[in-house]
Design a protein around this ligand. Sequence first.
Ligand code: ZN
Length: 296
Amino acid sequence: MTDKLDPRLSDFSFEERHAGHVEKMIDTHVHYCGDPADLAMLAEACSVNRIETMFVIASRQPDQERWMKEVDDALGVGKGAVPYYMLDLQSNDAGQVEHAFDLGFWGLKWIGNSIAYDDHYFDPLLKRAQELHMACLFHTGVLSGGKQTGSGMSLMRADMMDTVAKRYPELLIQGAHLGCPNIEEALWGPEFCDNLMWDCSGGCRFHCEANPYVLHSAVHRRKNAWKAITFATDSTQGMYPPEWADGWPSKIEHRMAEWQKILAALPVPPTSEQLDDFFYGNARRWVERIRSGRKE
Ligand SMILES: [Zn+2]
């Protein structure tokens, strides 16, 4: 291929610490853990980096109403923020899903399970989530925590998303971190399940950077793969603590540049249209699907 690269894949610089300009973005995986200073930084990062919407995951704290009000004030629920409630997966009580819905959450975050995601134990939660059109965002792949609950990556594999998506075809399912390290399995799922998409936050970028063929083989000759991956940072402030910044203006800008470098190095780099989808379009369509489900 001798086609010229899209400017977004050629105008980044690691030496000068900047990403290529992206006109608008959606970040499909960030956290707000309750410190208002973090939320203020996230809101600032949104305007600096032209992020229209963030998918914001709540921490498991007592005052979820306060969390929701703060996020709404800072980002606007349904506009700048799509809020996700943190489930307690030591229980399969569907009352949790109803509680989250009543609080105004649009989705549910799954992490820390000690039973596999595709075990029928979780059917009550999945069934109610599908009925209430609550989107589900599953942590998948390698897990840094989990020692308290006996959780770990074999219980949260990427291929389980395919199984869950088939059992609950009306449920909108987002897998986090491209199933790291099982990127190949992750991107087979959306080939046959249009209710499954992925966010590219976390350590999956290291695999893709070290070996472009990891991502190449996961998208090669797939119909839907480029429509099912979204840019995400897994950030809690959008910024680095100053001692980690290493000259980058924000964590978000660093992540943008990292993905631009990965995508530019692919044996077949994405087209401009695929890039639009990666940074914005796929997530935009996902938000609209969640929104229209909520209205039914
Ligand atoms: Zn996360």
